[in-house]
Design a protein around this ligand. Structure first.
Ligand code: ZN
Length: 256
C-alpha cells in the first residue's frame, strides 16, 4: 500500500462511519507533530459523533460540539475497533501500537491513526472550504472549471488540491495515461475536447479503482512504477521524470 489518495480515504471514511452515534470518552493527543489542537480536541470529551465526511483527502469527524479534521499524509492508516479497512490486519488495544499517533476512545471501541512516518495531521483546521470540488463527484469539469488555471502542466493542475480535491501522484499518472495526454503538457495547449476527456477519465477511473481496492490497482499499477518497465497498453518503455515535483511515469508512444 502506498500513499493514501482519495480512494483510500473514502475507504477510511466508510470504516469510520461505524463510530457515528458514539460518545467520545477520551482522546489520545500527545503526539505534538501529528496533533495540532490537542487542548481544543480534549474539549470534545463527552460529545457525540453525528457524521463522518470527506472532501478530497481530508476526512472530518463531526461531533455535536465541534469537528476534527484528519489528513493521512504519506502513510497514515485508520483503525476502527481494531480493524484496518485496507491492511487486513487486526490491531489490539490502541495503547499497544507504537505507531498510533492519535486515537479516540468511545464507550465501546476506538478509532485511531497509525503512521510510522508522522506526516499525518489531526486538528480542528476547518480549512475544507478552500479545497476544490471533490474528485469523486459527478459533473466534475463543470464544478472545477472556475478554478482551472490558465497555465501550468496538466499534471501540476490535477495535483493542486485547490483546483480539484483528492487526486495524488499515482491517480494523476493513471488518468493521464488513459487520457493519452503527456503529463508535461501545459494546460494552455490542451484543446477543450482534451480537457473534457481528462475529466471524463477521472469520473470513470475513480469508481473503478475504488471497486478494485484502491489507487494502486490502476493499469499503470504500482509494480510498473520502476525504471525500465513497459506501457500496459502498447509495450513501449515508460518514461520517468520529475513533473510538478513528483516522480512521474508516462508512455511517450501513446501520451501526446
Ligand atoms: Zn503506451
Amino acid at each position: 500500500m502506498g500513499v493514501p489518495e482519495i480512494l483510500e480515504v473514502e475507504m477510511y471514511r466508510r470504516a469510520a462511519e461505524l463510530v457515528v452515534g458514539r460518545r467520545a470518552r477520551s482522546f489520545q493527543t500527545n503526539d505534538v507533530i501529528v496533533v495540532k489542537d490537542g487542548l481544543q480536541i480534549q474539549s470534545l470529551v463527552g460529545s457525540r459523533v453525528h457524521e463522518v465526511s470527506r472532501l478530497g483527502k481530508l476526512m472530518t469527524i463531526h461531533f455535536d460540539d465541534g469537528s476534527i479534521d484528519l489528513h493521512f499524509g504519506m502513510a497514515g492508516r485508520i483503525i476502527v475497533d481494531g480493524r484496518s479497512p485496507i491492511d487486513e490486519l487486526v490491531y489490539g488495544a490502541s495503547s499497544n501500537d507504537r505507531w498510533i499517533r492519535f486515537s479516540i476512545e468511545f464507550e465501546d471501541g476506538f478509532l485511531a491513526i497509525t503512521d510510522p512516518r508522522r506526516f499525518s495531521r489531526v486538528g480542528m483546521f476547518q480549512n475544507a472550504n478552500a479545497l476544490g470540488p471533490d474528485a469523486l463527484g459527478t459533473d466534475l469539469l463543470k464544478r472545477v472549471r472556475p478554478r482551472l488555471p490558465v497555465r501550468g502542466t496538466i499534471k501540476g493542475v490535477l495535483l493542486n488540491q485547490y483546483v480539484v480535491a483528492g487526486l495524488g501522484n499515482m491517480l494523476v499518472d493513471e488518468i493521464l495515461s488513459r487520457s493519452a495526454i503527456d503529463p508535461r503538457r501545459d494546460i494552455s495547449t490542451l484543446s477543450a475536447p482534451s480537457i473534457r476527456k481528462v475529466f471524463q477519465e477521472i469520473e470513470a477511473v475513480l469508481p473503478e479503482l475504488l471497486k478494485r481496492g484502491g489507487s494502486h490497482m490502476g493499469d499503470l499499477a504500482a509494480e510498473l512504477r520502476v525504471p525500465g518497465s513497459r506501457c500496459p497498453y502498447d509495450g513501449h518503455e515508460l518514461s520517468r521524470g520529475t513533473i510538478a515535483g513528483r516522480t512521474t511515469y508516462w508512455c511517450p508512444r501513446h501520451q501526446k
